[in-house]
Write a protein that binds this ligand. Structure first.
Ligand code: DGY
Length: 323
């Protein structure tokens, strides 16, 4: 029997690309360019499985591809707001993602952003490299203490819980959160966490607010000017979730005016294009969407996609089916 045809939209770690090559008739994107809508449609027309990632907009238009050969979209990534799930379902496509394997690394990046913005880590690095450091002195580059402060989590899923664990057990932080689907009481007890009951209550009480909700229509600009104004002027915002959860303009304004103290951002609305306003802000730490970017995690994500499509092609239910 001939092997199923698989198209991978971006480069993956070599070891998983090799595994794919052994199992399938696979087409790689050798120069790793972002595929156009026309190329994505071509992939849907010519392969049994298309393996996109979080930067490939698989929207309703792309999903109109005819004739459709593709049967499964094995997404490399946990977030799937780049895929029009209703349109995919309407075309009879199975869609899978890669949860769990990137939880710790993404929570680590949220911790890194929190520490970097509070303790002015990146700013200090720039200061040293630019030859501006004139020596230790009691008032030099004072930041904000993290240990013992209150961490507010908007969304309390896997990544938020992992961050809460590191922050509570490692930094003695008090955890407050809000989520329409709160975690089990055992998790809440382990973290001595408090369900604040609303986004507004979290914003009012937290010294650090970290976002952990999915992107998409429902959370678009969840943090707007009005809500940012509810944060303490000494508080910092951390976003390792999705850029469009925050209104960029409102955030830049809040950081400029100092109505909040700082922001640590791994994701941006419209990324990789960045509002130039961010670049002028010393109180913002900016990373290029590195949440899951460790070799171990990226290999695990690739393997998870492979497990999902292998199950599908063997007539079993893929473990991470979302549609
Ligand atoms: C995801 O998987 O959704 C991240 O944004 C990239 O790892």
């Amino acid at each position: 029997m001939s092997k199923p045809k698989v198209i991978v939209t971006r480069r993956w770690p070599e070891v998983v690309e090799n595994r794919l090559q052994e199992l399938y008739d696979v087409q790689f994107n050798r120069d790793d360019h972002p595929m156009s809508a026309a190329e994505l449609q071509g992939a849907l027309r010519s392969a049994d499985a298309v393996l996109p990632t979080v930067t490939d907009p698989i929207n309703a238009e792309v999903l109109r591809a005819e004739p459709l050969r593709c049967k499964i979209l094995g997404n490399f990534g946990v977030g799937f707001n780049h895929i029009d799930i209703d349109a995919a379902k309407a075309r009879g496509l199975v869609v899978t993602n890669t949860p769990e394997v990137l939880t710790d690394c993404t929570a680590d990046i949220a911790m890194l952003l929190m520490l970097a913005v509070a303790r002015r880590g990146m700013e200090g690095d720039r200061h040293v490299r630019q030859g501006e450091w004139t020596g230790w002195r009691p008032t030099h580059m004072m930041g904000r203490k993290v240990t013992g402060k209150t961490l507010g989590l908007i969304g309390m899923g896997r990544i938020a819980q992992a961050m809460a664990r590191k922050a509570h057990h490692g930094f003695n932080m008090k955890i407050v959160f809000t989520d329409p689907y709160p975690p089990p009481q055992t998790v809440i007890d382990e973290l001595q966490a408090e369900n604040a009951g609303s986004i507004e209550a979290v914003l009012k009480h937290a010294d650090f607010v970290s976002l952990h909700c999915p992107g998409g229509k429902e959370t678009y600009h969840l943090l707007n000017a009005e809500r940012l104004a509810m944060m303490k002027p000494t508080a910092c915002l951390i976003n390792s979730a999705r850029g469009d959860v925050v209104d960029n303009q409102a955030l830049i304004e809040a950081l400029r005016k100092g109505t909040i103290a700082g922001a640590g951002l791994d994701v941006f609305e419209g990324e990789p294009r960045l509002d130039p306003g961010f670049l002028e802000l010393e109180n913002a730490v900016l990373l290029p969407h590195l949440g899951s970017a460790t070799l171990e995690t990226r290999i695990a994500m690739g393997n998870r996609v492979l497990d999902n499509i292998e199950a599908f092609f063997n007539g079993r239910a893929p473990r991470d089916r979302i549609a």
